[in-house]
Structure formats: C-alpha cells, structure tokens
Design a protein around this ligand. Structure first.
Ligand code: AMP
Ligand code: FES
Ligand code: ZN
Ligand code: ZN
Length: 310
C-alpha cells in the first residue's frame, strides 16, 4: 500500500476514509483533524489557557502532544487514584506522564494525589462507601470530575481538555440510547460550556478520531503510554459496547462516525433538548463547587466517615 500524498510506503490504512498514509503524512493528517475540530466548535483560542487531563494512556498523551505542537498554552493534570490491581496501574501511568513531560521542556503538569489529599485511595474509599458491592468506577468518575473542576477553577484555566475519542463517545451514546437516558444524551457534545461559574468548560478535540487512529499516532510519533486498561474496567459495559460497535465497523467501515455525526446533526436541530427545568445550585459548604444538595456536595460526602446509604 502506498501513501495517498507522496506514494511512499504507507504505514497506516483507514478503511472508513479510504485513505492510506506514510509516517510523515499520517501525523500531519491526524493533527489537521484535531485542529479542524477545535476550530469548528470554537473550543478555545490562541490566548486561552488549557488544562489537559492526562491519564498516561494513548489518547490523552496524544492530545497533549498535538496541542503543544499546535502552539496552544497548555498545562497537564494527572489524578493519582492509587489503583494497583496487581499491575501497579497508577504508578505506571503516572510514570508515563512524567516521562512525557520530561521529554518536552514546555510541558508542565500538576498531580492531584487522592490518598495524600483525602487519606484514602480510590479502591479504599469505594470499598468503604459501597461496602464492596460494586466496581469503583462510578466513585472514580465522581472523583476525577471533582479534581478536574477544582484544578481548572483554582488555576483560572479557560477550558479543560480530555482525550475522549470517537469510540468513547459512540459507546457512551449507544449506552444512553439503549437506556433512553435523554438527559445524558442532551448533554453529550464535543464542547460543554462552563456552567455555574465553578464548572470548567469541557472540550474533546479528538471526538472524531477513532481509537486505533490515536494509537497509531502515538506509535508513529514515539509517545510511550500505558497499554493496560484500568484493572477495574474488566467486564465494564462500555467495553462490551465498544466490542459490538467494532464488529459493526469491521463489516461496514464508517459506521461509528456516521452514527455520531448523525447524532450531532439531530442534536443541532433540537432533537434532544435539555429540560429547561432549572435545578437550583448552591456552592458546597466545604469545597465551594456547585451542587444541588444543600450542605456538602456528593464528592465531599464521600470523605465523611459514615458509610453512604443506598
Ligand atoms: P476515561 O474516563 O478513563 O475513559 O478517560 C477519559 C479521559 O479522562 C482521558 O482521555 C483523560 O483526558 C481523562 N483522564 C482519565 N483518567 C485520568 C487521570 N487519572 N488523570 C487525569 N486525567 C484522566
Ligand atoms: Fe477509574 Fe478504573 S480508572 S476505576
Ligand atoms: Zn506520504
Ligand atoms: Zn464539596
């Protein structure tokens, strides 16, 4: 196979785009896709300060790399959840972020160490509040959201960028449609505007890029990342949905992108409207983040010692 642009040997073929590219033109194409997404959705501008949430995985490190190459003002954020799972998951992923930053003089990053700040790792707090009944992933989502909002707010960042790719977005959409979670569907988008002061504007510059495209970018440009999934993700429904969607993509290349773009068009013409019923939000009495509960927010309640009831 030959590169469409220069006819040299291609290193990567994208059936859904009927496009094969070489090791020079593939990264160029990839960066252009991200740049177009940023511009199309006016995610941020040249003067904005961006906080990039980096997990040590391929997507978020590729995102940070692309934003740096495009000349945006970025800082990284790594949240250390203290996950071991027999594979030293957090230690290894943190080391990947450190290595990435050490190789790039302009890449500075903050670490939020959950155990050091709140006294327990994610698996410990999840075991306590859920009494071991379910996976820690929902508590994990809550902790990550809180830490991202807090650092973005305290650091005065204009936007928070995450490495969510097309496969992530499509799997979430698929799950939400399967259960007709209309509220969640209405709030799924490449850009979520800042709401209520305390919550940062959220942007996903890779929303159109397939997981195998971000993996190829990382590989070709020499970004070292953690290959393992989080040990708690084993058996997660989102991974099952990804498997089903990949099967469909295999038989009919382009399915995932069509599905997601069709959704964005439907959303744009008002197919999925958020309920206008405004929920009254107050600042949490401990951390100050907006919450609908009077008193403490759900995150701060995690660290109260009494186990949370059903
Ligand atoms: P996930 O929820 O694991 O699919 O990750 C989605 C995105 O959240 C990643 O692309 C990162 O941008 C961000 N993220 C996930 N885990 C972390 C972490 N431990 N620290 C900072 N950002 C993270
Ligand atoms: Fe959060 Fe696995 S990364 S539970
Ligand atoms: Zn080429
Ligand atoms: Zn709080």
């Amino acid at each position: 196979m030959r590169c469409r642009k220069c006819n040299r040997p291609a290193v990567f073929n994208m059936r859904q785009h009927r496009l094969a590219l070489c090791e020079i033109h593939y990264p160029e194409w990839f960066i252009t896709q991200a740049r177009r997404a940023i511009e199309k959705y006016r995610m941020f501008g040249r003067d904005d300060r961006l906080l990039v949430a980096v997990s040590g995985g391929k997507d978020s490190l590729a995102l940070w790399d692309v934003l740096l190459r495009l000349g945006y003002r970025t800082d990284g954020l790594y949240i250390d959840l203290g996950i071991d799972g027999g594979a030293r998951y957090s230690i290894t992923s943190r080391a990947k972020v450190e290595q990435f930053a050490a190789e790039r003089p302009s890449a500075q990053f903050t670490v939020v160490d959950i155990k050091a700040e709140y006294g327990e790792t994610l698996p410990e707090v999840a075991r306590r509040v859920q009494r071991g009944r379910s996976k820690p992933c929902s508590v994990c989502g809550l902790i990550k959201r809180h830490a991202m909002n807090q650092v973005a707010h305290d650091g005065g960042y204009d936007a928070l960028a995450t490495g969510h790719n097309l496969d992530d977005e499509v799997a979430v959409l698929f799950g939400n449609l399967l259960h007709w979670q209309t509220g969640y569907i209405a709030r799924q988008a490449p850009v979520l505007p800042a709401t209520h002061g305390g919550l940062a504007r959220k942007v996903k510059p890779f929303y159109r890029l397939h997981e195998r495209e971000t993996a190829a970018y990382a590989l070709i440009t020499g970004i070292d990342y953690i290959y393992d999934e989080c040990p708690h993700a084993v058996g997660a429904t989102s991974l099952r949905y990804k498997g089903i969607l990949n099967q469909m993509e295999e038989e009919s290349p382009g399915t995932k992108l069509q599905f997601y773009q069709g959704f964005l068009r439907a959303r744009k013409v008002g197919f999925f409207c958020e309920k206008t019923q405004e929920v009254e939000l107050h600042p949490c009495s401990n951390c100050g983040q907006p919450t609908s509960a009077p008193g403490l927010c759900t995150f701060c309640r995690l660290w109260e010692r009494a186990p949370v009831d059903d």
